[in-house]
Design a protein around this ligand. Structure first.
Ligand code: SF4
Ligand code: SF4
Length: 224
């Protein structure tokens, strides 16, 4: 299902279109590390307190970072220094060339025709190969013992961001993107996301290899 105009009017500015072919990607220039997306995801999917399907990774840049300053230290700002942080919402980007799908020995991870990368719980044996293969830290292993993992004994059933496929099926954007106060999580086609980043004068942040994993042949659309 693709978003029509009336649906699109209800979505956040970061959500440009939904459904088949949907891509999800962060604008690191817009992320302010408020954690709103984490809360939205937990509330929407009733994720236990200790687990999460989206995480904000904050990295220091430049000399400020090397000197031990960051944005949470008042001293950096008092001394007129730029804290030099980059905050990156990390979740499953439903990669075009998903390495997790390639390494999963049981086909528990599948790239569907509509573009979503799905976990089939009953097939997961908890080997955690996907955890090693994913460059973005998306696979999570909450304390659980379902499916085949209960039989063979393992790290539990893999859990990750679903792209809120169930919400998209009824015309809603992913909860994280819809509730992000700064529209830092972009949802749409590769072209829409590339155009939006360019309009905002934001870079794509990731290196060429990562962009090829996420966007496949569309990686060339993105400026870094
Ligand atoms: S490699 Fe990671 S981010 Fe990409 S589809 Fe697999 S779990 Fe998601
Ligand atoms: S932990 Fe599960 S989903 Fe991940 S590679 Fe192993 S079988 Fe596949």
């Amino acid at each position: 299902m693709s978003a029509n105009e009336s649906t699109r009017e209800r979505l956040s500015q970061g959500v440009m279109s939904i459904g088949d072919g949907m891509r999800i990607f962060p604008d690191v220039e817009a992320c302010i590390d408020c954690g709103g997306c984490v809360v939205a995801c937990k509330r929407t999917w009733d994720i236990p307190v200790d687990d999460q399907r989206i995480d904000i990774t904050t990295m220091l840049e430049g000399v400020e970072g090397e000197s031990g300053f960051n944005g949470r230290q008042v001293s950096a700002i008092e001394e007129g220094m730029n804290p030099g942080e980059t905050s990156l919402p990390m979740q499953c980007y439903h990669c075009e060339n998903a390495p997790c799908v390639s390494v999963c020995p049981t086909n528990a991870l599948q790239k569907k025709d509509n573009g979503f990368v799905e976990v089939v719980d009953d097939l997961c044996i908890g080997c955690q190969y996907c955890l090693s293969a994913c460059p973005f830290g998306a696979p999570q292993f909450p304390e659980s013992n379902d499916g085949l993992s209960a039989v063979v004994g393992s790290g539990g059933v893999m859990d990750k961001c679903t792209g809120c496929e169930e919400r998209q099926d009824v015309g809603q954007g992913p909860a994280c993107a819809e509730e992000c106060a700064t529209d830092a999580i972009l949802v749409g086609s590769s072209g829409e996301i590339a155009d939006e980043l360019e309009k905002r004068d934001s870079g794509a942040f990731f290196n060429d290899t990562a962009l090829e994993i996420i966007f496949g042949d569309d990686a060339g659309m993105f400026d870094r």
